[in-house]
Design a protein around this ligand. Sequence first.
Ligand SMILES: [Ca+2]
Ligand SMILES: [Ca+2]
Ligand SMILES: [Ca+2]
Ligand SMILES: [Ca+2]
Length: 302
Amino acid sequence: MQVRVHSQGPQPLLLVVTLLLLSIAVACAGCGGESPTGPDRIAFTSYRDANFEIYVMNEDGSNQTRLMQNKNEEGRPAWSPDGSRLAFASHREGNWDIYVAKGDGTGEARLTENSAYDEFPAWSPDGNSIAFQSDRDGPYQIYVMKADGAGQIPLTKEKVNDRTPSWSPDGSKIAFSSERDGDKEIYIMNADGSAQTNVSNRPESEEWFPAWSNDGSKIAFTSDRDGNWEIYVMNADGSSQTNLTGHQADEGCPAWSASGSQIAFISDRDGNFEIYVMNVDGSDQTRLTRSAGDDVFPAYCP
Ligand SMILES: [Ca+2]
Ligand SMILES: [Ca+2]
Ligand SMILES: [Ca+2]
Ligand SMILES: [Ca+2]
């Protein structure tokens, strides 16, 4: 399955990411590989083997290791807050479901058993719950379940897509993207689903993939407001929205480093999607992966 589309403008990344969301699964956070814990690891999804698989690498890009050896498509890893487990989505049962495994990829357990697409796991900071997106009741909505898969309930109930949840570090709120206003915006709600509020407020452009900073003060996200996809950062109340990447290629999937001093992201500036890292002010944008397949959805081990 090839998801790359070569053209200018905001559509390629949107299409790639949409297809990835439809045909992989998502999340971003953790450790794994030979060293199951430690803040120096990045999990990601790679198509380098012509099949979406979860890889883990050191934060400097060294030691890129495939986590699971099977023919199924897996993607969007999300590390548990203690770095001991990875939630991810797999298509092994013919549709996307959320699974969890140890940080080294062993001990897999299935958390959702629903014929719909269940994707994009996001751990609560206490490790007790996992938010995710599912289209089991129609358009994608945000759901939450216990970390063992029990008690799956919807937090949003819109007639259009709500996707890509990200939990605030204090556990009280969840950021997500919603299309309820006719275009994508970053919304914030209380963790029980109450008080859903548009914080990005940019009706002329698409905003999604929120990623809450470790100290809770900022949210990184992706927007096409400047003519192509870029990584932006804003205060958690939506103020001071700033373009960090400023590159004519498409950038997406922001993920804060464990220290909070860097943001990993994806860009196709070198021909296909690779994972890059930059300082939180956008300086020193550095490439970490070099594969012929798309490398996407970086997630730092907490
Ligand atoms: Ca499913
Ligand atoms: Ca918008
Ligand atoms: Ca760009
Ligand atoms: Ca690549």
